[in-house]
Design a protein. Sequence first.
Length: 156
Amino acid sequence: MESFPLSVTVNDQRVRASVPADRTLLRFLRDDLGLTGAKEGCAEGECGACTVLLDGAPVCSCLTLAVQAAGRAVTTIEGLADEQGRLHPVQQAFIDAGAIQCGFCTPGMILTATALLADGPAADPAEVRAALAGNLCRCTGYAKIVDAVARKAAAR
Ligand code: FES
Ligand code: FES
């Protein structure tokens, strides 16, 4: 498999690498960069566990090729806290609401919610549910996750 040079910004750091054409962004982040926050669930775009932000928009990194991120900005869950290690407000909201159980879905949920909140308030729980529809959780029953995001939105 032919490799291609890749220059991409990951969590505000410029990264240069050489990647095979078929390398997914998920495998690049996890295996090449050691950023294991994005999880592999279904590997076919159904569960949202692999969600990262690409230029601020949520994408399934299992369906995105690493080369598609060339010249763009990728944010993973590892990049949300500030330089002092303080959690992002959405991370804190999930903790405060008790919205984390096993945690497998949590990075994807939080990144999708972060993008939603960046677009403007969406305090209506129905809107939050719709926005998070692509992120599956097998543990929480969703109520606390929706509550965390809706409360964060309402507070803005
Ligand atoms: S692992 Fe990517 S959507 Fe499930
Ligand atoms: S907290 Fe376990 S899958 Fe969501």
